[in-house]
Design a protein around this ligand. Structure first.
Ligand code: SF4
Length: 410
């Protein structure tokens, strides 16, 4: 049985080279990794080999992390991208009842809110004036929503800020919109596209396995529906991100199944812009308090999922994003060394709230992003949503040379 890596080994792996770890690894995972690295493509790996990597521990896990970092360097270079955006959650009222969600409220709770399309547009305008190029719009699902509310949000935002990229509506919201309007999925997506929808968040995926979904959220869209929405959106010219929520009741086999499914969809449509592993935040969730899930991912799991994604998705989805909102500063930097090349969005929402007097919340400014990326020894670059425009935020060469990665875990 493999030894379990201690925290310092996990924190210091970025200082290792492949030649340091390869000879310590078991033959099968080592061969699998070498195959993928040589081809620069995870498509060469059988499901069995992927499972072997997903279950890697000890020196095999160190090898996986180091190899993912090397493959990232080959496929994405030293640049770490981010997008300047604002998150707009238009309501917290939701009937779905996902057990992992601490955000939603019942309609009669005291702290509910609901934004009109005009109010959403106002927030988008504020964001544009502060330099955002994207608004990410999602929310709860209230009963009795105006059937064309999602379309009306798009119209209002585009009228106010025509150049803003609108990244909006999870596949769950798309299914709800179809139900509310009685339209076909293709027609519904087409009206959203024609009214300004740029891309879809590939959220509401969690784990794409109906047995797991039944425990997490029995009212949510099924695996089949998620795949259908995403495939149809891609065919309508609406690209999307792809996600996976880890650290709850799922197993490494679920990770592999999902990564292989995403590879397959990407092969068919080419519509995914990136893959975003989302760590389960367990505090304040029914899923944890009812004893149904573990208490979020371990450090090893955080690193492993980013590395595994880099290897398995290589050649299909080459942007692996760190969801910094769910990780602390050092852990998010460490994930950049485990295969990730994108830092996601600055999520301006909380900045504006803070400016309005709120003291809580999470916000990282573009300058903070740049500093975090430089501190990790990489080059920051602002991108647009689809990665078609990348604007390097280059410090002096001297500054780049001075950056060193100093593992230190809170
Ligand atoms: S659908 Fe979204 S807002 Fe509603 S409970 Fe689930 S995760 Fe929360």
């Amino acid at each position: 049985m493999s030894r379990v890596l201690v925290q310092t080994e996990l924190e210091t792996f970025p200082s290792l080279a492949w030649s340091d770890v390869a000879s310590q690894m078991s033959p099968q995972p080592r061969t699998a990794i070498e195959q993928a690295m040589e081809a620069q493509n995870g498509g060469v790996l059988s499901r069995e080999k992927c499972l072997l990597l997903a279950n890697a521990e000890g020196d095999d896990l160190l090898g996986l992390l180091v190899a993912a970092n090397a493959l990232r360097s080959e496929l994405a270079g030293n640049i770490v991208t981010y997008v300047v955006n604002r998150n707009i959650n238009f309501t917290n009222i939701c009937f779905v009842g996902c057990k992992f969600c601490a955000f939603s409220r019942g309609p009669r709770e005291s702290d509910t809110y609901f934004l009109s399309p005009g109010q959403v547009a106002h927030k988008a305008t504020e964001a544009w004036e502060l330099g955002a190029t994207e608004v990410c719009i999602q929310g709860g699902l209230p009963h009795g929503l105006d059937p064309f509310y999602y379309r009306d949000i798009l119209r209002a935002v585009k009228r106010a800020v025509p150049e803003m990229h609108i990244h909006a509506f999870s596949p769950m919201e798309i299914v709800y919109g179809v139900e509310l309007t009685g339209m076909s999925l293709t027609d519904y997506l087409a009206i959203l596209r024609d009214n300004g929808l740029g891309t879809l968040p590939g959220t509401a995926a969690e784990i794409l396995d109906d047995d797991v979904r039944f425990v997490l959220s029995r009212n949510k869209l099924t695996t089949e529906q998620w795949k259908q929405v995403v495939r149809t959106a891609h065919r309508c010219g609406i690209r999307s991100t792809s996600t996976l929520m880890y650290g709850h009741i799922e197993t490494p086999e679920h990770w592999v199944n999902q990564l292989l499914l995403l590879r397959e969809i990407q092969h068919e449509t080419g519509g995914f812009t990136e893959f975003v592993p989302l760590g389960f935040v367990h505090q304040n969730t029914l899923l944890f308090h009812q004893g149904l899930a573990r208490s979020g991912p371990t450090l090893a799991e955080h690193l492993k999922i980013h590395a595994l994604a880099r290897i398995i998705l290589a050649g299909a989805i080459n942007n692996i994003q760190v969801s910094w909102v769910k990780l602390n500063r050092r852990l998010s930097q460490l994930c950049l060394h485990a295969g990730a090349n994108d830092y996601g969005g600055t999520l301006m929402e909380e900045n504006i709230s803070r400016e309005a007097g709120a003291t809580a919340g999470q916000y990282t400014s573009p300058e903070d992003f740049q500093a975090l990326i430089l501190e990790a020894g990489r080059i920051p670059a602002e991108r647009n949503t689809t990665y078609s425009k990348i604007n390097l935020k280059l410090p002096s060469q001297e500054l780049i040379a001075e950056q060193t990665f100093e593992p230190e875990f809170a």
